[in-house]
Design a protein around this ligand. Structure first.
Ligand SMILES: *Cc1c(COP(=O)(O)O)cnc(C)c1O
Length: 427
């Protein structure tokens, strides 16, 4: 497959944009090649600058659950744009999307719109701190909640000690307020909470960890966290930026029947446009400016184009049987993959929840970040490059989830399964 034009565009981009990309994982560094530059997409397919076609399982990292360029979403964006792209004043579209979110997530009584998932989690954490008057937060190793300072932190040496920055530019003095625990390990959480009594404002987590592949919550893990938070007056923030409207209309919280005090959303609710949202209990949300004192703002927050793309997307997701179809397509792919991986000497472990999945290059199972790190990332790189060469676009890193869309056809899935068989032979 020829990538001549992409190589040229990448060279040009690198001269003016750090690493040639506006978000690091797009650079394909983890898979040992250069990125393809995308020209357009439609349905389940994406097309690069050299005219190559790929079946797409990235879906813009999750938002494109309807497939690319759904005609109704395109029409909604065009119609809204014709009336004005942004006013910096309230519109009814914001209320409409907020009501739709609240209907899907009954614990979300009030919602604030922002422009990215990063903003949603960052603001939810500030709100939790402002509301509780506590400074410390607890997150889990391997969960990603965007790139705010207090979240670019990993565990220091020794459990229940200060967090340490994972990026230059994050002051150690900020990081020390972030405690980190092992995903799916309630005992670890209990220990940390006991050692920091009355000091933890919130526990934030992905209810299905999709930024270390695809790690479902262990039986009782979410309910256990819910109980710990309720008992200790800690705000439970469930980050559903990826899983919201993905694994069910009501997200992971509907699937597992556990409710956060605050919820973060993004990706799908913008229908492919820049968006984020956070919401939750009325009493907590009312601590937010201008009702309360916790400051938060945004020039483009609740942008009309993003709101109308989101509203149209959510309406389409409400169609009878939508999530069942996503489940059936994903189960069909899983079954096919299991057959070909089972026949291969390469160690792999497929983990899936609804329309999100990950093939780890190891025997598994993967239940936390340390497990995920056991994967053979070089093997994944060879697999990725072979898949790309066969016209299948996967996320260019081992620790990312793949996403199913409603536009993927049986033929797409069969082609993917055949490609995996060939790619494994090349690994
Ligand atoms: C993508 C993601 C974010 C960050 O969202 P951005 O829009 O990229 O800022 C936060 N949390 C989770 C779980 C995500 O998957």
């Amino acid at each position: 497959m020829d990538h001549k034009k992409s190589e040229e565009l990448f060279t040009q981009a690198r001269a003016i944009i750090p690493g040639g990309v506006n978000s690091p994982v797009r650079a394909f560094k983890a898979v040992g090649c250069n990125p393809v530059f995308i020209e357009k997409a439609a349905g389940s397919k994406i097309y690069d600058a050299d005219g190559n076609e790929y079946i797409d399982y990235v879906g813009s990292w999750g938002p494109m659950i309807l497939g690319h360029c759904h005609p109704k979403v395109v029409e909604a964006i065009q119609k809204t744009a014709a009336s004005g792209a942004s006013f910096g004043a309230p519109t009814h579209l914001e209320t409409e999307l907020a009501e739709m979110v609240s209907q899907a997530y009954p614990n979300v009584e009030k919602v604030r719109m922002v422009s990215s998932g990063t903003e949603a989690t960052m603001s939810a954490i500030r709100l939790a701190r402002g509301y509780t008057g506590r400074d410390k937060i607890l997150k889990f190793d391997g969960c990603y909640h965007g790139h705010a300072d207090s979240l670019l932190v990993k565990a220091g040496s020794g459990a229940a000690t200060f967090g340490v920055p994972t990026s230059p530019g994050v002051p150690a003095d900020f990081a020390k307020y972030t405690l980190t625990a092992t995903y799916n390990d309630l005992e670890d959480v209990k220990k940390i909470v006991a050692a920091n009594q009355g000091e933890i404002a919130c526990i934030i987590l992905e209810a299905i960890a999709g930024n270390m592949g695809c790690v479902p919550p262990a039986e009782g893990f979410l309910q256990g966290l819910r109980d710990i938070c309720t008992a200790a007056g800690i705000i439970l923030i469930i980050d559903e930026v990826m899983t919201g409207f993905r694994v069910a209309y009501g997200g992971a919280q509907e699937r597992y029947n556990v409710r956060g005090d605050l919820v973060c959303l993004g990706k799908i609710i913008g229908g492919g446009l820049p968006v984020g949202a956070f919401g939750g209990k009325r009493e907590i949300m009312e601590a937010l400016s201008p009702e309360g004192g916790v400051y938060q703002a945004g020039t483009l927050s609740g942008n009309p184009l993003a709101m109308s793309a989101g509203i149209t997307t959510l309406k389409l997701l409400q169609e009878e049987g939508f999530y069942q179809q996503i489940e059936e397509k994903s189960a069909y792919l899983e079954k096919g993959l299991q057959q070909v991986t089972g026949n291969s000497p390469v160690a792999t472990c497929l983990q899936r929840v609804g329309g999100m999945f990950c093939t780890y290059f190891q025997n598994g199972p993967v239940v936390n970040f340390a497990d995920a790190l056991e994967s053979d990332t070089d093997a994944f790189g060879r697999y990725f490059r072979s898949m790309l060469d066969q016209g299948i676009n996967l996320a260019p890193a081992q620790f990312e989830a793949g996403f199913m869309s409603i536009a993927h056809s049986k033929e797409d899935l069969d082609r993917t399964i055949a490609a995996v068989e060939k790619a494994l032979a090349a690994v």
